[in-house]
Design a protein around this ligand. Structure first.
Ligand SMILES: O=C(O)CCC(=O)C(=O)O
Length: 256
């Protein structure tokens, strides 16, 4: 299939809540990011989120338990290396986001802003959710970019996403206390069964909306999976005062 123009990618994101752009980043740039991420993972460079901290299904009981030092996220990718900053603010991303939002965009430092690592054995599955639960902004219109630094497929814990779910309205009863979309509710099943698992390869970027329902399984292979994730919002969409989103701040892409 011919590759989509930027306008077509944006139309797909509006319709489906996700769009994959193949070979967004070239092989050398990708290899450089992977090398930095791997070195920082091996050295446990802080700030780090461990699987044991979140306690999702399959996580070690504590940081001292077997596998307790399994990293889930290398947090604050923005501060980790110039290579992450350059990627996050590069011209193609700046222009894509400005075109989607119809105004200049900003990068939120509150969440994701990380390298996600999914490990064999102690890496956990993530239940169904919408990412907007992570932020507090005036409008729930934010877009994340998920960059694969290697192959991503169902067996190594790739994302499952429900196309079009970002346009649905759900009342709070469809979610549990942690804002996971309940997979035990009959009313939720037809949506979950519509999920797709886009396969990604190094350099592919998946753009997805902050209200797109998604989940991921454990990594059943022997290799750690690495992905870089950043999230953007319109400059006019402000974080609510007194929240973590406001405290962490955002970075303007203009003039970056
Ligand atoms: O890789 C995973 O387990 C899912 C990550 C995810 O959905 C998230 O961080 O919002």
């Amino acid at each position: 299939m011919a590759s989509l123009s930027r306008d077509e990618q944006i139309a797909a994101l509006r319709r489906d809540g996700l769009v994959v752009v193949r070979n967004f980043l070239d092989a050398d740039a990708c290899a450089a990011l992977l090398q930095i991420a791997r070195a920082q993972l091996n050295a446990h460079i802080e700030p780090v989120e461990y699987e044991a901290d979140l306690g999702y299904p399959g996580a070690p009981a504590s940081r001292d338990a077997e596998g307790g030092r399994t990293v889930r996220r290398l947090l604050d990718a923005w501060s980790r290396d110039e290579a992450f900053r350059q990627y996050a603010t590069c011209g193609p991303i700046r222009d894509w986001m400005a075109s989607y939002f119809g105004e200049p965009a900003k990068l939120s430092l509150a969440h994701h802003n990380c390298v996600m690592t999914k490990h064999p054995r102690f890496g956990t599955l993530t239940g169904w959710h919408r990412d907007f639960r992570y932020w507090s902004f005036e409008r729930d219109d934010m877009v994340s970019i998920w960059l694969a630094l290697g192959d991503e497929f169902d067996r190594n814990g790739a994302l499952h996403l429900v196309p079009g779910s970002h346009r649905e309205q759900f009342d709070a009863s469809r979610f549990d206390a942690q804002k996971f979309f309940r997979d035990d509710l009959p009313a939720n099943r037809p949506l979950i069964e519509r999920a797709i698992v886009p396969e990604l390869h190094a350099g592919d970027v998946m753009f997805f909306h902050c209200n797109t329902l998604h989940a991921a399984d454990r990594n059943a292979t022997d290799e750690v999976k690495f992905s870089v994730v950043f999230t953007y919002h319109a400059a006019s969409n402000r974080p609510l005062p007194g929240t973590r989103s406001a405290a962490k701040g955002s970075v303007s892409l203009e003039g970056a």
